[in-house]
Design a protein. Structure first.
Ligand code: APR
Length: 230
């Protein structure tokens, strides 16, 4: 008997209780920075050190963060379900909580890649990437992040995965950023969808959507009882 397929679509709110800032909440990351100055190819071309510093600070913080209860409960679902996490987050907290199938739509903070060969991707052991750190072909290494204006290379795979889902959990995303937020349009409208968020994410209410207006850890505690009991 194959396990029921659950897709978990997560965003920055998933990691908020681990101490990582969201982007659009009050005091969020994008209130302190101009996106175009730190998260775009133009910024990288014009002010690479500023971009490097932005990601180094976030990577340094990530090395000091731990997965929260919400990450751990999502990993726990794998005991009973075939779980595929599709995350907009660039942290590795889902993996560190024990989730074994994690697709990153917007890249990974602990990875860097060559600027002349995108297939050359390296795991960082320390938080600091510097100008002059080169790939094996001699080109500057850059954050392995999808910047604004760059293609979301994993989107096709994410669409296929969410179309196969028999249940979808949407946790901690404002559903403001496309193409990622467009995944909602690929979910079968006959399967149960649970949206967990203490705020008001941009989704159209429909009868197969249950909105749990709580933080990720509390919302997952409520949901895990339902999903692990039946
Ligand atoms: N638990 C669950 N959700 C939370 C929590 C929490 N503890 N705290 C905040 N939230 C919710 C907010 O209410 C909001 O709906 O998390 C969501 C965060 O939204 P955004 O800051 O817009 O983050 P996200 O949706 O992941 O942004 C998508 O935009 O800037 C780009 O690449 C960046 O991946 C990011 C993308």
């Amino acid at each position: 008997m194959s396990k029921t397929k659950i897709a978990v679509f997560s965003g920055a709110g998933m990691s908020q209780e681990s101490g990582i800032m969201t982007f659009r909440d009050m005091g969020g990351l994008w209130e302190q920075y101009d996106i175009t100055e730190v998260a775009s190819p133009i910024a990288w071309a014009n002010t690479p050190q500023l971009v490097m510093d932005f990601y180094n600070q976030r990577r340094k913080q990530l090395f000091e963060c731990e997965p929260n209860k919400g990450h751990l409960l999502i990993a726990q679902l794998e005991k009973k379900y075939d779980v595929q996490v599709i995350t907009q987050n660039v942290d590795d907290l889902h993996e560190r909580a024990g989730s074994t199938n994690v697709l990153h739509l917007h890249g990974e903070l602990k990875k860097v890649r060559s600027t002349i060969d995108t297939s050359l991707v390296y795991e960082m052991k320390d938080w600091e990437l510097k100008l002059g750190d080169l790939c094996e072909k001699g080109s500057q290494l850059r954050p392995h992040i999808v910047w604004f204006g760059e293609a979301v290379w994993a989107m096709h795979e994410a669409v296929e995965l969410i179309q196969e889902a028999e249940m979808v959990l949407v946790v901690g995303t404002s559903l403001n950023v496309y193409p990622a937020a467009g995944l909602m349009n690929y979910i079968k409208d006959t399967i149960p969808i649970y949206v967990i968020d203490p705020g008001s994410p941009a989704f159209t209410p429909q009868e197969n959507i249950t909105f749990i207006q709580k933080k990720a850890s509390h919302g997952m505690e409520e949901l895990i009882d339902i999903l692990m009991s039946n």
